[in-house]
Design a protein around this ligand. Structure first.
Ligand SMILES: *Cc1c(COP(=O)(O)O)cnc(C)c1O
Ligand SMILES: [Zn+2]
Length: 427
């Protein structure tokens, strides 16, 4: 980049400021960092019209559902970004699920329709573009799966070497196959995600490898674009609620940050409320929220592997955002998640288990009277159905331990191959 860098890094704990263009993930006090940009406020001209006009551009960075909003994301030169045209995901009308959720106007923003099948691409295009602008040739992350799939793909496109740390045996098949296929060196380590996370941060600092975990503040800047694009889909009018799953809590932090910036710039006049949904077996934020305490790390267990996280890094930033959006935190059981998933899938929308915590959460909050039946609700589906085919097949065969597939089960049936027998099966 030429000229002065129009952003700074600011410590979440002690407000110390650092230059924007250096390899640094934490403050000297070990607090995590936030990206502070000043450009958008100084940009003259109608930003929303610019964002809308870029939807019909032929320039890759304009078409991207992240870089289209670059004044609010990160003002990198458009021809220097590593992009796959991420974003531009569908906002489905999920009103056919009203009998299940209780909400008439439910829409689902399907982030599984990103290039590698999850919202992680929105943060990764920014993270890898910054790595490139810093001249880094090696990148690494620890991951429950989708971050590694995404990083492997963007690093390959940028010609960088990628190193992925995953908890042994605890990663969905679709995600592992992506990391391998895109050529990342994939290192399985004993222990859980939280152990992998600690290890990779040390290795990166020691070896000078650029760290693309959720502690990397630039990924948050990219993920803000989920909220920005959702507002654009809704012609810049906020819904009553945005509902999404919470694991490491980067996503809710990012969406809240983006919406608050839109409001502070006077680009929207009203904020939605936010509901963050955790799995019962991985609920440190829910517990802290309910009890008014700090987050206490725990050993996480849930079938929704993308949110199987017991020690979320950015919980403090996350809670700030939830409070600013008058939000709530709820928890749902694996049984509730898989029932919701069966409904989302059978509606032809389809998503991986963690995503469906969103819909299970909408249902629970509506039954509790927190979300009203006539509220306009936008849920985020975070990952693609094919990320975790194993769980799907086992659910429909009734083979998931501790889960009752009930009437939703749709197992494959076998025929002896005669016309008569096939007719019988069509009944
Ligand atoms: C990463 C991920 C999550 C959790 O998002 P956080 O930002 O860690 O809270 C949820 N669902 C899917 C599919 C994911 O890949
Ligand atoms: Zn600090």
């Amino acid at each position: 980049m030429n000229g002065p860098i129009p952003w700074r890094l600011k410590c979440v704990e002690c407000d110390t400021l650092y230059r924007g263009h250096e390899i640094r993930y934490r403050c000297d006090c070990s607090g995590t960092l936030d990206v502070i940009t000043t450009l958008a406020a100084a940009t003259s001209g109608p930003l929303l019209e610019t964002f809308d006009a870029r939807r019909s551009s032929f320039i890759p960075a304009d078409v991207s559902g992240v870089w289209r909003f670059r004044e609010l994301v990160l003002p990198l030169p458009p021809d220097e970004v590593v992009t796959k045209g991420e974003g531009n995901t569908a906002l489905y009308d999920a009103s056919p699920l009203e009998d299940f959720t209780g909400v008439a106007d439910l829409r689902l923003k399907h982030e599984g329709e990103n290039p590698t099948g999850s919202f992680k691409d929105r943060g990764m295009t920014v993270g890898v573009s910054v790595a490139k602008s810093l001249g880094c040739e090696r990148v690494a992350c620890a991951s429950t799966g989708n971050t590694s799939a995404s990083m492997a793909a963007y690093a390959a496109q940028a010609g960088m070497r990628a190193f992925v740390f995953i908890p042994e045996g605890k990663i969905a098949f679709g995600k592992l196959s992506q990391a391998l296929a895109y050529g990342a060196r994939t290192i399985q380590i004993p222990g859980d995600f939280d152990d992998a996370m600690k290890l990779v941060e040390r290795v990166c600092v020691d070896e000078g490898i650029y760290l693309l975990n959720s502690v990397n503040p630039f990924r948050i800047e990219g993920q803000k674009a989920i909220g920005l694009e959702l507002m654009q889909d809704l012609r810049w009018r906020a819904p009553d609620w945005i509902v999404l799953p919470g694991g490491n809590l980067g996503n809710n932090t990012a969406i809240a940050k983006g919406l608050l910036e839109l409001r502070d710039l006077g680009l929207i006049d009203r904020l939605p409320r936010m509901a963050v949904i955790q799995a019962e077996g991985a609920n440190p934020l829910y517990t802290a929220w309910r009890d008014g305490t700090d987050v206490q790390p725990l050993t996480a267990e849930t079938l929704a592997t993308a949110i199987r996280i017991g020690s979320p890094v950015s919980w403090r930033k996350s809670l700030r955002g939830i409070r600013a959006l008058n939000g709530v935190v709820e928890q749902v059981s694996d049984q509730e998640i898989l029932e919701a998933k069966a409904r989302v899938d059978a509606a032809g929308i389809g998503a991986e288990p963690a995503s469906c915590a969103t819909v299970a959460g909408v249902r629970k909050l509506c039954h509790a009277g927190v979300i009203r039946p006539d509220d306009q609700v936008c849920g985020v589906l975070t990952g693609h159905l094919l990320k975790d085919p194993d769980t799907v097949v086992r659910f429909h065969r009734g083979q998931l331990e501790g889960i009752d597939s009930g009437v939703a089960a749709n197992p494959p049936v076998t025929s002896d191959g005669t016309l008569e027998d096939v007719r019988r099966l069509l009944q």
